[in-house]
Design a protein around this ligand. Structure first.
Ligand code: SF4
Length: 212
């Protein structure tokens, strides 16, 4: 860990017990535990997933970050790595999986598609960025990002975790940050339940215009 960027209590340890005693903060210990065992949820959405798989193989070795244990269940995962094009059909399943992950949990948008729709942004079936629905912690640019870029993104996520404080993290607070993300409804198009009022008002306006 980088001592420069982490909070350290300013106590001097006497020289004769320096080999036996160390002093740190609870935040630092807690962050070290989390940043060293970020288990990703195992799924891929499109071509970016191939790079994600390559990053997990022996040549790049994500094990050094404690991130090699990809979990096939959201109940045991800490990080959702959105690797690929997010289609409207797939989105309800992605949001449901996110809601099933226990806190603390992080979201990484890997590649142009997950970050903003990518080359398919204008497509009728594509969501223009997973951040329209889930809170993204790190964006990794590229189409596709290389395994090295993915690893750089993971290091950024670790740096973000290093700066967290258990007094401020969202999962120990009450409020809108900890509320489940409403699962979008897939009909003829995607409906975001958070925009229900807006959709109803627009439909009422349209009906009034048509009846006039
Ligand atoms: S960003 Fe490029 S490589 Fe990644 S899923 Fe989209 S089209 Fe495929």
């Amino acid at each position: 860990m980088d001592n420069e960027r982490l909070s350290l209590p300013q106590y001097d340890i006497p020289e004769d017990i320096q080999n036996a005693v160390t002093i740190t903060t609870l935040d630092r210990l807690y962050n070290w535990g989390r940043r060293s065992s970020v288990w990703p949820l195992m799924f891929g959405l499109a071509c970016c997933a191939i790079e994600m798989i390559a990053a997990q193989a022996s040549r790049y070795d994500m094990a050094r970050f404690g991130m090699e244990v990809m979990r096939p269940t959201p109940r045991q995962a800490d990080m959702m790595l959105v690797s690929g094009t997010v289609t409207k059909k797939m989105l309800p399943a992605i949001v449901r999986l996110y809601n099933q992950m226990p806190e603390p949990k992080y979201v990484v948008a890997m590649g142009a598609c997950a970050s903003g729709g990518g080359p398919f942004k204008e497509g009728y079936n594509v969501v223009a960025g997973i951040d329209k629905f889930l809170p993204v912690d790190v964006y990794i640019p590229g189409c596709p990002p290389t395994p090295q870029a993915l690893i750089a993104g993971m290091i950024k996520l670790q740096e973000k975790i290093d700066k967290e404080s258990i007094k401020k993290v969202r999962w120990y607070r009450k409020g809108p940050d900890t509320v489940e993300v409403p699962i979008p409804i897939l009909g003829p198009d995607l409906i975001d339940p958070r925009r229900n009022q807006e959709i109803k008002a627009a439909a009422a306006q349209k009906a009034t215009k048509e009846s006039a």
